[in-house]
Design a protein around this ligand. Structure first.
Ligand code: HEC
Length: 212
């Protein structure tokens, strides 16, 4: 006898399996009309229009001041919650961040920037991301004088509220991360407008070597 040939009984059990599966599937279909009713009931889909609200959108913004109560990622504690959420200080775009920016915060900012912003703004922030190369409105380069001179709160606000052709990221990026991205944009601006004499000595010598 050849090895591994299934006995008739085992063979039958195997052959019955698809039949049992089909029966279970048919039973599911039988209850499906109930589910379809729920699916089809009157309700707003995300981003659907509604005449009920002044701005014509069914999705409502979070209540002013809403931020996650606890954050499992251990986001920084913040004294000035208004600044954290609005980006404003005394009614104007803030010149300071609501928590200190360290290397870790900048790394997080770079990580989020590369995910959310590079498709349009490009990895260096020059406004030549792939979506723009395929026809989307070109954003300004972050190195434009007006943006270099803008307070950091302006970048926070652009992300939070959207700006012209750019949509808001408030629903996708937590306030703390928006500030870290804003800080990273500052780093991008600095990196492209750096004065050699302001670099650390080891970088200055690297520059001189490269120029040789
Ligand atoms: C889908 C493309 C797109 C994405 C993604 C995008 N932006 Fe923009 N952004 C634009 C466009 C287009 C403009 C120019 C808008 C205008 O002036 O009408 C702009 C403008 C800006 C400006 C300049 C505002 C000013 O004062 O002129 C900043 C700052 C900015 N974006 C930051 C960001 C950040 C940070 C992210 C990621 C969180 C991001 N953008 C993601 C398209 C995008």
């Amino acid at each position: 006898m050849l090895p591994n040939i299934p006995t008739t009984r085992a063979w039958n059990a195997k052959a019955r399996r698809p039949i049992r599966l089909a029966a279970a599937f048919a039973a599911l279909l039988a209850v499906a009309p109930g589910c379809t009713d729920m699916y089809d009931q009157a309700k707003y889909e995300p981003y659907e229009a509604s005449p009920l609200f002044a701005n014509g959108a069914a999705s409502r913004p979070l209540v002013q001041g809403t931020v996650p109560h606890e954050d499992p990622r251990g986001l920084p504690k913040v004294e000035d919650r208004d600044l954290l959420v609005t980006g404003l200080k005394d009614g104007l775009p803030s010149k300071v961040t609501p928590f200190p920016i360290d290397r870790e915060a900048l790394e997080r900012g770079r990580n989020r920037y590369n995910i959310y912003c590079t498709p349009c703004h490009g990895i260096a922030g020059d406004g030549r991301g792939v979506i723009v190369q395929r026809g989307f409105t070109k954003p300004p380069a972050y190195t434009e004088a007006r943006l270099v001179d803008s307070p950091i709160g302006h970048f926070y606000q652009v992300m939070s509220n959207g700006h012209g052709a750019m949509y808001s990221f408030a629903a996708r990026i937590a306030p703390q991360d928006r500030w870290k991205i804003a800080a990273y944009i500052r780093a991008l601006q600095l990196s492209q407008g750096a004065v050699p004499s302001e670099l650390p000595p080891e970088d200055q010598s690297k520059l001189q070597e490269a120029a040789r």
